[in-house]
Write a protein that binds this ligand. Sequence first.
Ligand SMILES: [Zn+2]
Length: 530
Amino acid sequence: MIRTTIVIGLTMCLACGCSASKCAGDHTNAAKINIIPKPVEMTVGKGLFRIDTDTKIYAPTANTEAEQIAEYLAEMVKHRTGSGLEISRSRTSQTESNAITFHLEHRDDLGSEGYILSVRPDSILITASQPAGMFYAVQTIRQMLPEQIEDTTKEHYINLSVPCIYIKDRPVFVWRGLLLDCSRVFLEKKFLLRYIDLLALYKMNILQLHLTDDQGWRLEIKKYPELTELCSEFSDRYPDAKGGYYSQDDIKEMVEYARRRYVTVVPEIEMPGHSSSVFVAYPHLSCRGEKTEIFPFWKGPTITKDIFCAGNEDVYTFLENVLGEVVEMFDSEYIHIGGDEAPKDRWKECPKCQAMLARHNLTDEEHLQAYFTQRIEHFLNSKGRKLIGWDEILEGGLAKNAAVMSWRGTVGGIKAARMDHYVVMSPTSACYFDYDIRTTPLKETYLYNPVPAELPSDKRKFILGGQGNMWTQSAPTETAIDKHTFPRLIGLSEALWTPSELKDFDDFHNRLGAHYRRLDIMHVKYGPEK
Ligand SMILES: [Zn+2]
């Protein structure tokens, strides 16, 4: 239900008709609360707190991140109150009237991302151990405000009432991710920034960018300008296929934009397979040394046999130089190196690869890939970063500190966790948003639990979380990507945040309706649920 529009200055509460400036009436608050992901603890009270032009925001002193979150909140309501809210950095009592107070306090029970949100008729108090928790409390407030808050196209006044409530909340999993494939289809920077906002709305915190593949190299590397001059564009034989790349300034802008929304951008640089776009400019890095061309996904092999030569030292130099610039651009703890679907046909016939295999007493080409991955891991670790790769990196022996992203079901993830390696679960069965909705319905994604029942309890801590993967070969437009990703991303957000014992699909489905109205206003397209 859309709440009545009011002009600021009018003190009558249109929700119940009372004349109090801060209504304490008994509204049916519960009916208005459709928070996704569902909070861990929630007690709905009576009455409303109304944000108006006189509402003040108090941010903790001497904390830049907290101040930025206060500014984010002020900006969020600016178009709706007629003016920005005043932000005070001064110390204040936590019960100040008509105020939203942010309070940082170390509490073990909140972890690094948890928060307590206490909304009373005269004040809102947000308590968190870390700024991330404060930011998520703001997202919870955002979801309790009328969906018109999302309409940033024009200024209009709406009743910014937040139901009185007590919420204590924290996520189950630390890795709550989405992959967007920018290689198969080049995605505009603006589109990626929009997705960072959408992830933040649902308290997701990882955006993995699939930046390189056979269909194009999308990342500026200053040491190798041909990667973007030649390797980011499709062959002239496909004039309709659109290439493109992100400059290092684009990436820095995205990383900073994401940082302010508590989203970490994880780059994926594919190796040794899915790399043939590189050989357009640097053919000597493949086993055969032949120049390749870049073809649209459906115009060539799904998996290209030409991959990086594992026996050529120039390859390791090239990749270390590339990754050296990658770690300067991205601030993520993990760097994803792909590692999937690397056919060994070329390695089996390549004298350099075979010589490398013999030199290191490796039994077969799978072990050669393990050797390759270990060298890359050694380099990343030397830069203070950790390696993560698809579950194929288990074959031939897992690199010492590597984390595994399990996509071919959960077997790889279970195996890695049993070996005390960290794991992100993204099985095709529940987490592949490019799959048709009839193959992977919303309910399948919603009910997914990244911790497999068969995993021993002492190994469960190695499951970092889960990730939805949106490959773009089957959804080559922004609208199609939206329709594949939504509403499944919303289902996944609750699967990764809310304890499994609190999950209930029917209840989730009831709340989802309000989110469709919000998505409509945000011009986010969504597909069917099944
Ligand atoms: Zn080779």
